[in-house]
Structures are given as structure tokens and as C-alpha cells.
Design a protein around this ligand. Structure first.
Ligand SMILES: C=CC1=C(C)c2cc3[nH]c(cc4nc(cc5[nH]c(cc1n2)c(C)c5CCC(=O)O)C(CCC(=O)O)=C4C)c(C)c3C=C
Ligand SMILES: [Fe+2]
Ligand SMILES: [Fe+2]
Length: 368
């Protein structure tokens, strides 16, 4: 085992704290080779696909990657922006605004984003934070609901990076915020704003990314956390059980995933005479392929083709100020006890203490 080279150790530096906002990741470009690279990394993660490795290697390399990469690239091209992939653009904005708001609240804390797959990678970002003198790091996954397939995998990547580092920082991990007051309130406000501008639907469809049903049976709490988010949101919106439905989208492969599936549910609603549905995807904090293409294009088409009249997609929280405030609350709850709240005089004191420490170390060095 070889350890990564350490940045030079300097005495007298005031250690800093950082928050790393980590999202899933996305291809670097909407092209076949870039999507193939991204899918290969993503789908090779044993947290994401739990099939014996040797069997999966053949399926992934001989079937999935050759056939899916081109189709997926075309879908990515349909949502790509001048700044790049929406998922990365929004996550970057969230990190920037979060840094600004925490600063306004008096915190001296660096906020950066990282991606679990693709770039900027976790090892790259964590290495840079170490070089910048950050000795306390809070990892904040962009997923409100915990799943081993997502949040668990971010933890793996952080642990395996630090397994190669000599001088490991102090670490904290946010697990989930599916029932956090600020998150639910930000969702409620975004739905209310949509309804004030566009009127109300016959049915609100609350759609989450699916996972294989097997993971629920094996103990993954994701399903329960999705249902709790939906229940809390519905209560705040004062919806009766008939006015909303919870569904799961983005099924992958032949196995059973969490049900009910989003597309067949909206098709059935249209056949049953439901004229308007509004679809909200609270499990995604940034708009991405799964919301902008799958929901707002494919599922919209499915609903209309089955006779539905009006389909509204309510955007993700993205850089919504209420959401940034909630993120700041979540971050603050995990920064407790770390010396991030500094007035100029406190900061000068910290620097003085660090200098005294350095002088003492130098004296010890001279005496030795
Ligand atoms: C193969 C199994 C998959 C599991 C399990 C899974 C869980 C999961 N994913 C998200 C969030 C996102 N997934 C996104 C894309 C995406 N997801 C899968 C597969 C699984 N996801 C694939 C193959 C893809 C790529 C697109 C495609 O080819 O269909 C995205 C969007 C990324 C983007 O670039 O925009 C997000 C976000 C969650 C929250 C989750 C489990 C809880
Ligand atoms: Fe996914
Ligand atoms: Fe459950």
C-alpha cells in the first residue's frame, strides 16, 4: 500500500473547515464516448448493481455499454445547456450560493461540489481541500433520502480516498434530510408557486427515482424515506390521499423495482379520465436527465398519448433561495462544534494561537 504524497506541512496555518456537496455525476459531454465512460464507471459500482461481478462484467461490457451509450447520449443531447450538463450546472450554483449564505451567517467555511462518478471526482476535490489546508470536512450528499446505492456509495468513495492518505482530516457525513423542515418547506413553496401561477391539477404525482425491490427487502431504508417525504409534503399542502400519488421512475433492467412505476401510473390516470397531472420529483435536488428528459419529455408524451390533457412538470429545487437556506441549515447542524463562526477578532486569536503553537514546536525542535 502506498500513500498519496502529502502537501508540505507548515506551522502556523489556521486549519479551515469545508463542506463538500456531492452529487451523482454526469457525462462530460453529450457524446457516445463520454456517456460510455460515465456509464462504465457508474454501473461498475457494486453498490449500484448487485450482481456477481464476473456475470455483470459480461452483461455490462458486451450488452449494456455497446447498446445503451448511443441512446443515452442522444437523450443527454436533448437536455444539454451551453454551460454543460444541468445536473452539474445546478450543483455548482448550489455550492456557490451555499458558500455565500454560510458566509453571511458568519461562517468561515469553504463549500465545493464533487461528483461520485465523472468529474470533478471526490479524490480530486478532497485532495485539493487538503492542499488548501482544510482539516475538517463535512460531506453533504445531494440526496435527501438515504440509499446504499447513492449516499452509501459516496461514503465508500470518501473512505477509500482517505485509506490512501496519511494525514486524514476530521470528517462528518450527512446521512439524509428527507424529513428536514427546511427541505419540506422549500418543496411546498415551489409547488404552491407553481399552482399560484398555473392553477391546480386533478392529481399531484410525486415521483422518486426507483431502486430494485430486492434492496428494500434486504434493508435499504430508501423506500420508507421517500414515502415519509411525500407524506410530510402532502400534509403541508393539505392534500387528501385522493389528490396525490407516489410513484417510482427510471427502472433499469428486467428485475422488479419499487412500485408503482411512474409512466404506467400516469397513463392509467389519463385513461381513467384525469385531465391534468402535475409531476414533482423531490428526490432530485437538481434537474437532470431523469427529470428533464424522462419525466418532462417521455412521461409527458405517455400521458398525452393515453388521452391526458394537461401535463405540468414542476422543476427541482435547483438554486431556489428557500432550498439554499435549507441547505445552509442542514450544513450548520453538522458544523456544530467546529470553529467556523468567526468574528475578525476571533480569527486573529486563532492565528495567534497557531503562531504560539508553531513557536513552541520550533523551541521543542531546537531543544531536541
Ligand atoms: C442500474 C441501477 C441504478 C440504480 C440502482 C440507480 C439509483 C439511483 N439513481 C439516482 C439518481 C440519478 N440517476 C441518474 C441516471 C441514471 N441512473 C441509472 C441507473 C441506476 N440508478 C442510469 C443507468 C442512469 C444514466 C442515464 C441512463 O442511461 O439512463 C441521474 C441523472 C444523471 C444525469 O447526468 O443527469 C440521477 C440524478 C438515485 C437518486 C438513485 C437511488 C435512490
Ligand atoms: Fe439512477
Ligand atoms: Fe417502507
Amino acid at each position: 500500500m502506498t500513500f498519496l504524497p502529502e502537501p508540505p506541512h507548515t506551522h502556523g496555518k489556521v486549519p479551515r473547515s469545508a463542506v463538500v456537496l456531492v452529487n451523482l455525476g454526469t457525462p462530460d459531454e453529450a457524446t457516445r464516448p463520454a456517456v460510455r465512460r460515465y456509464l462504465k464507471e457508474f454501473l461498475s459500482d457494486p453498490r449500484v448493481v448487485e450482481i456477481p461481478r464476473a456475470v455483470w462484467w459480461f452483461i455490462l461490457n458486451l450488452i449494456i455499454l455497446p447498446f445503451r451509450s448511443g441512446k443515452s447520449a442522444a437523450k443527454y443531447a436533448s437536455i444539454w445547456t451551453r454551460e454543460g450538463s444541468p445536473l452539474k450546472v445546478y450543483t455548482q450554483q448550489q455550492a456557490q450560493y451555499l458558500q455565500g449564505l454560510l458566509g453571511e451567517r458568519g461562517h468561515d467555511v469553504k463549500v465545493v461540489m464533487a461528483m461520485r462518478y465523472g468529474s470533478p471526482s471526490l479524490p480530486e476535490v478532497l485532495g485539493q481541500l487538503q492542499a488548501d489546508g482544510c482539516e475538517r470536512i463535512a460531506v453533504l450528499p445531494a440526496y435527501p433520502q438515504y440509499s446504499g446505492t447513492t449516499t452509501g456509495s459516496i461514503y465508500d468513495a470518501v473512505f477509500s480516498h482517505y485509506a490512501r492518505v496519511r494525514n486524514v482530516p476530521e470528517l462528518r457525513f450527512v446521512k439524509h434530510y428527507h424529513d428536514h423542515e427546511g427541505y419540506i418547506q422549500a418543496l411546498e413553496q415551489s409547488v404552491q408557486a407553481h399552482w399560484e401561477a398555473n392553477g391546480r391539477p386533478d392529481k399531484l404525482v410525486i415521483s422518486f427515482h426507483g431502486v430494485p425491490k430486492r434492496t428494500l427487502l434486504l434493508g435499504d431504508p430508501y423506500h420508507c424515506e421517500c414515502l415519509k417525504t411525500a407524506r410530510l409534503l402532502a400534509a403541508r399542502l393539505k392534500l387528501t390521499p385522493e389528490q396525490y400519488v407516489v410513484t417510482f421512475q427510471s427502472r433499469f433492467g428486467k428485475a422488479e423495482w419499487l412500485q408503482p412505476y411512474t409512466a404506467p401510473t400516469v397513463q392509467q390516470l389519463a385513461r381513467d379520465g384525469v385531465r391534468r397531472v402535475d409531476v414533482l420529483c423531490p428526490g432530485f435536488t437538481s434537474d437532470c436527465l431523469e427529470t428533464l428528459e424522462e419525466i418532462s419529455m417521455e412521461v409527458r408524451h405517455d400521458f398525452e398519448a393515453a388521452g391526458g390533457r394537461e401535463f405540468h412538470y414542476i422543476p427541482c429545487l435547483n438554486a431556489n433561495p428557500g432550498w439554499i437556506a435549507a441547505l445552509a441549515d442542514i450544513a450548520e447542524q453538522h458544523l456544530v462544534g467546529w470553529p467556523t463562526l468567526t468574528t475578525p477578532s476571533q480569527r486573529a486569536l486563532l492565528k495567534k494561537e497557531a503562531e504560539l503553537g508553531r513557536d513552541a514546536a520550533l523551541k521543542r525542535g531546537a531543544a531536541a
